[in-house]
Design a protein around this ligand. Structure first.
Ligand code: ADP
Length: 459
């Protein structure tokens, strides 16, 4: 079995707390095959001391490269976070386009490509992750690498004209065409990417589905990412989970709990969600005093203006609903701007009658899957899911909503609260089968199988 080389902006070094599902999956794949995990060290250091830290854990080598302050600003904060992230999530209005930032992004991909190339052996299988490294494959090729390179985009690939809004999209597309296999979360993303290459770059889709573009023949396919459902189910029954559910239960008493758990990000549809909950109370007098929304959303990347505005808007919306409807013993929206352990979250998911997952756009959305996996099979809650989350493509028995439609969401929450146990169980079973059938190990195995098959074809 060839060695696996994984490149991702952030890596999960051994012993780090709260390694997420992705880190576990990548770590397992690396441990199984042996290999290298390459990425940013998380350190920002002056140019003179910039280096690469290497250490070994079992049969996995970690190679972690530092960034200088200029690189961190241009590559990470400005281009990846303020241009690529918003455009890939359909928020061209929030994107800041800056040629100088792109140049630093390209330079970091070039420098990292050089560093990574030095670690490679001829038979290695290379797997690059996410939008930070769109040019990394091309840079490996520029250094002389001829082996197979796979790429997985964790976020959505938007409609062609949205991606084409990036002033540097031509150069990015050429970079992406250097990968042999491009994996996406959904069939919709694959369709968008293919149409983009055809419309903007005259690509040709071959009979076997491969795409001929810029003198390369590449493959694009969907590999929906998953979770470890058994792990979540186990955590939902842990002491920590029960304890958390008990503490919250004392406060909400016998009221129905509606839960939302997100990173605070403008892609998550939080203002629309809070507005929908407000509308639910406006329109249904009978629900006042009988249902509580718990929204957990720790702030992220506050340095960016758009996030500060979002925080203010959420405070305002929460204030409006709580101001209108709170009573001596009831606050309609409990908004917690902090993060919790996975055990605590699982316990809260299990307690909640309704899980609200309503991003405006999301690559997959793992919270949707975690909510399902945490439920009590005898008395499961209802998932209300945005049709624009990647998860929606295969979670058909969730109550799917348009996250821009505040009235529609309010109505869906009401119906979820009123749903019979029989229907809840019926819907949940189908969702749980999907979450189990496409767990995180199926994701990594199917991607690596496809990548290896391409390697064999290429001989
Ligand atoms: P994204 O990758 O955009 O943040 P996902 O829903 O795909 O969205 O993944 C988020 C992960 O982070 C999930 O595993 C979820 O449980 C976790 N998470 C999200 N919000 C919180 C929070 N407030 N506290 C702790 N963990 C969180």
């Amino acid at each position: 079995m060839s060695r696996l080389i994984v490149a991702s902006n952030r890596t999960a070094t051994p012993g780090e707390e709260r390694a997420g599902g992705l880190a576990v999956a990548v770590g397992d794949a690396l441990a199984e095959r042996g290999g290298v995990w390459f990425g940013w060290s998380g350190e920002i250091v002056p140019r003179e001391t910039r280096g690469i830290r290497m250490f070994v854990d079992g049969n996995v080598d970690y190679a972690l490269a530092d960034l200088t302050p200029v690189e961190h600003q241009g590559y990470y904060l400005d281009f990846a976070n303020r241009a690529l992230w918003p455009v890939l999530h359909y928020r061209v209005d929030l994107a800041v386009f800056d040629d100088a930032a792109y140049d630093v992004y390209a330079a970091v991909n070039r420098r990292f490509g050089r560093l990574l190339y030095q670690l490679l052996r001829p038979e290695d299988l290379v797997w690059v992750h996410d939008y930070h490294f769109l040019l990394l494959g091309d840079e490996l090729r520029a250094n002389g690498w001829r082996g197979t390179i796979g790429f997985f985009l964790h976020v959505p690939f938007p409609a062609p004209e949205v991606f084409a809004a990036l002033p540097q999209h031509h150069r990015l597309a050429r970079g992406m065409a250097a990968f042999n296999l491009l994996g996406f979360q959904t069939a919709r993303d694959v369709g968008n990417f293919t149409r983009y290459l055809v419309e903007e770059h005259g690509a040709e889709v071959l009979e076997d589905g491969r795409i001929k573009v810029f003198d390369h023949v590449i493959r694009a396919a969907a590999f929906p990412i998953g979770i470890e459902p058994d792990e979540v189910a186990r955590m939902a029954e842990s002491d920590e989970a029960r304890d958390a559910a008990c503490r919250l239960g004392r406060i909400i008493e016998n009221r129905a709990l509606v839960i939302g758990v997100d990173r605070m990000d403008y892609s998550k549809g939080l203002p629309q969600r809070l507005a929908a909950f407000g509308r639910l109370l406006d329109d249904n007098e009978g629900l006042r005093g009988r249902v509580t929304l718990l929204q957990i959303a720790p702030p992220s990347r506050e340095s960016v203006e758009a996030y500060r505005d979002l925080r203010e808007e959420l405070d305002r919306l929460t204030g409006r609903v709580n101001g209108d409807y709170s009573d001596l013993d009831w606050t309609p929206i409990r908004y917690l701007a902090r993060s919790y352990s996975r055990e605590v979250l699982s316990g809260l998911f299990r307690l909640a009658r309704v899980g609200l997952v309503t991003p405006l756009h999301d690559g997959m959305n793992l919270v949707a899957k975690e909510y399902v996996a945490a439920q009590d099979p005898e008395d499961p809650g209802v998932l209300v899911l945005s049709e624009f989350a990647g998860a929606a493509e295969r979670m058909e028995t969730a109550m799917q909503v348009n996250p821009h439609d505040v009235g529609g969401m309010a109505d869906a929450i009401r119906r979820a609260l009123e749903m019979s146990k029989e229907e809840r169980i019926e819907r949940w079973k189908v969702l749980m089968d999907e979450v189990s059938d496409h767990d995180i190990s199926v994701w990594r195995q199917s991607f690596l199988n496809s990548l290896e098959a391409i390697g064999r074809e290429a001989g």
